[in-house]
Write a protein that binds this ligand. Structure first.
Ligand code: ADP
Length: 171
């Protein structure tokens, strides 16, 4: 049985990520989307929320699951019984960073292979960070994220707006 781990921050999952997961699901018996439990990094969604959004977005992919992890990606892959890591590559944005990480991972775990899938043309420009920026500025993101993510982002932005309107406590 071939198992692959597709690791990332997924804050939140986009249609670009989902496209990579869908294509990886055709190449491997089992794909685990591994959501990095990032200590200290300022994200829009908590780790549990990011995993939940991934799970809701992959409901029609029977051989894909989602889990959070901490520590080294290669250690998580080994524990999960995966032989391969999957990453997506966008023009310009990803190559050097992925190359560097791949060489380090190979050094840490020589038996673990990396498969990079080229981002589809229509998602080349898409990143979670640009998506959040556009949503914050009131742009339409409905075509760029799986359905469950639309409501989740809107709810976060609404809560943030409400919190910023609250009068500040006097000190
Ligand atoms: P990380 O912080 O590890 O880069 P991300 O959640 O940003 O986590 O991305 C996870 C993986 O998905 C990375 O390999 C990234 O290059 C890839 N990826 C991100 N956006 C896209 C996209 N639009 N199309 C294809 N792959 C993408």
């Amino acid at each position: 049985m071939t198992t692959a781990v597709y690791p990332g921050t997924f804050d939140p999952i986009t249609k670009g990520h989902l496209d990579i997961a869908t294509r990886a699901a055709r190449l491997f018996d089992k794909v685990i989307i591994a959501v990095y439990d990032t200590p200290g990094k300022k994200l829009m969604f908590s780790t549990d929320e990011r995993v939940e959004l991934v799970q809701q977005s992959i409901s029609d992919l029977p051989n894909v699951t989602a889990r959070s992890y901490t520590g080294l990606t290669v250690s998580f892959a080994r524990e999960a019984g995966a032989q391969t890591l999957v990453r997506g590559l966008r023009i310009g944005a990803d190559f050097e960073g992925e190359f560097e990480m791949a060489l380090m991972n190979k050094n840490l775990a020589p038996d673990c292979e990396l498969v990079c899938l080229m981002a589809s043309m229509k998602y080349q420009f898409l990143s979670s960070s640009i998506l959040k920026e556009v949503a914050r500025l009131g742009g339409n993101i409905d075509d760029l994220v799986p359905k469950p993510v639309i409501g989740a982002i809107n709810a976060k932005l609404k809560a943030a707006r409400k919190a910023s309107k609250r009068p500040k406590k006097k000190i």
